[in-house]
Ligand binder design. Structure first.
Ligand code: AMP
Length: 559
């Protein structure tokens, strides 16, 4: 299949905002696609070459600018200028491709297969010179592409397609193309996690998404609750469990064959032979899929910082030694399959009983701390204990709910400590993209150290909650105010006089070498403007230091 044919569909999708039309365009595309191309086209049509969680392309905008410079023989400044105008590197590449001075000698027609396979190679290029090799690979694609082809190749690689195709539309289009029910497709997706593969099965009339050990399932996710009381009130029959701050694992056992998958469905069995061994010895079911959170533990069996566990996850060699140096403990909290049967539709209360029945607990393989109560004071004691044990908080679960793979459906609610907000000063901002080119789209926040201001985080202004509220200006207002304070401009970044102080909420403080304060904020959000404060009154680096030490659950993932 020619890439140009796919590009026509991209254009049609981009030209309409109507979801039903988009679905019909995609259904037509899938319907006319040959078997050989179908799964690739389904992925590409949703703007990617990997299934969710499989891999990321790892190409930053800066690198893409260099590719454009190289491919079209233009200067970096030209690219930056055009980018500022269009807010999109895809259209920027398209523009230079139309006006190109250098023509590649032997231009050949791009096929879907070639584009797909080349893009998939990108994350595997590592080590010395990888930057240049990645640039060469994308350059090769662009030099054979038409201007429109270039637009979509660049956008796919940057993960920003702008054709308005969300997962729900792909699901409905697959259903329509092959005469299936959208629910059926969705169910298969929960288990298989790949619309490409599912489209192929649907076309052949073999849409059977069976759970079986060895085949990873998308995991159930948790929502956030503002506090313990609210979470308890949500369910008639709540259970509380420690929320361990580690690495989620799904253990698949089939006789003596044990496989371990991450939350992103990667096979991590090789990195965790100790978990596999413990599971072989201590799980009494012939076949099962169970889930838990793994933690690195010290000699006293207390959890070690997440960085230690990270070393285990990233390790490729010398695994044996690592398993001794950094032992891992798994805290099991669910079972979704046992001896030939899916347990997904059973309520948690029954799954938990089943799990208890099949696990012989050891120091390394144990059941998560679990308590069933609706009583606030009892629950609060449990919650405080979780925090004092160095865990992140608790997850409150609905004992009557089924296992819902891949989604946040509000059956699990996480409760964590909320940290005191910080008053920070805005010292810079970045012009937005796409529809937001006229606005300063993200802010650079700083804390004070003596008379200077040190950066400690960035946040997208799109994340401003309740913008336009009494206490929070709209993007236009923010932009107008900041524009008056600009002291320097480098590309899309502007530096501003430190004058505007904002109160910033965040989920946690993380150590980070990226910022001069040494700390970054996780999930920052502007709570309100502090017109009553001057830059001199904003938080100091010493205060952040203190807050970091006070931060409960000492064992955080570092940025
Ligand atoms: P979050 O990553 O903040 O959305 O929180 C959800 C994650 O908490 C899950 O994906 C698990 O990795 C982790 N977790 C820790 N303890 C538990 C538990 N008892 N039950 C479920 N998930 C848990």
């Amino acid at each position: 299949m020619r890439y140009a044919d796919l590009v026509e569909y991209y254009q049609r999708l981009e030209a309409t905002t109507k979801k039903l039309e988009k679905r019909d365009i995609l259904a037509e595309l899938y319907g006319q696609c040959s078997e050989k191309y179908l799964s690739r086209v389904v992925l590409l049509s949703s703007g990617t070459v990997f299934i969710a969680g499989e891999q990321e392309l790892g190409i930053a905008r800066k690198m893409m600018r260099r590719v454009i410079v190289k491919t079209y023989g233009v200067s970096e400044n030209d690219v930056i200028k055009k980018f500022k105008e269009t807010g999109d590197l895809g259209s920027t590449a398209e523009f230079f491709s139309k006006n190109r001075k250098q023509h590649s000698l032997a231009k050949r027609e791009l096929t879907v297969e070639h584009v797909f396979e080349n893009m998939r190679k990108l994350p595997d290029i590592t080590g010395a010179g990888s930057h240049e090799r990645k640039i060469a690979l994308v350059n090769e694609l662009l030099s054979h592409a038409s201007p429109l082809g270039a637009r979509y190749i660049v956008r796919t690689i940057l993960g920003d397609m702008r054709i308005g195709v969300a997962a729900g539309i792909v699901r409905d289009a697959v259903a329509k193309a092959f005469g299936k029910d959208a629910k059926e497709i969705e169910h298969a997706y929960d288990i298989i996690g790949d619309y490409g593969q599912i489209a192929g099965m649907a076309r052949l009339g073999k849409l059977k998404a069976e759970i079986r050990p060895g085949r990873p399932i998308r995991v159930m996710l948790a929502d956030r609750a503002p506090d313990l009381k609210t979470a308890l009130e949500k369910f008639e029959n709540p259970a509380l469990e420690y929320k361990y701050d580690g690495f989620r694992v799904a253990i698949h056992k089939d006789g003596n064959d044990v496989k371990i998958f991450s939350r992103r469905l990667e096979d991590v069995t090789h990195q965790f032979p100790d978990i596999a061994e413990r599971s072989r010895e201590n799980i009494k079911a012939r076949q099962c899929i169970i889930e838990g959170e793994s933690l690195a533990i010290g000699r006293d069996e207390k959890p070690l910082p997440f960085q230690m566990l990270s070393r285990r996850i990233q390790r490729k060699y010398d695994i044996e030694r690592m398993t001794k140096e950094i032992p891992v403990q798994v805290n099991l909290f669910d079972v979704v399959y046992c001896n030939g049967q899916s347990l997904m539709n059973l309520p948690l209360s029954e799954r938990w009983s089943k799990l208890k029945g099949i696990v012989r607990e050891t120091a390394q393989l144990r059941l998560a701390e679990h308590m069933e109560t609706k009583d606030f004071s009892r629950a609060n004691v449990f919650y405080k204990r979780a925090l004092s044990m160095g865990q992140e908080g608790v997850i409150v679960k609905n004992l009557d709910a089924r296992y819902q793979p891949g989604r946040r459906v509000g059956f699990w609610l996480k409760v964590k400590e909320v940290l005191e907000p910080l008053d920070l000063v805005i010292v810079g901002a970045e012009w937005g993209e796409g529809k937001r080119t006229r606005y300063l789209g993200s802010f650079i926040l700083a804390a004070r150290s003596g008379d200077t201001f040190l950066e400690t985080g960035r946040m997208a202004s799109g994340l401003i909650e309740k913008a336009g509220d009494k206490e929070i200006p709209t993007m236009e207002e923010f932009t107008a105010r900041l524009k008056k304070l600009i002291v320097a401009e480098e590309g899309k970044i502007v530096r501003v006089k430190p004058e505007i102080v904002v109160e910033v909420g965040y989920e946690e403080l993380q150590k980070s070498p990226k910022y001069p304060t040494g700390y970054a904020l996780r999930f920052p959000k502007i709570l309100r403007l502090r017109p009553d404060r001057s830059a001199q009154d904003c938080a100091t680096v010493q205060e952040i230091n203190k807050l970091y030490k006070l931060q409960r659950g000492r064992f955080r993932k570092s940025a």
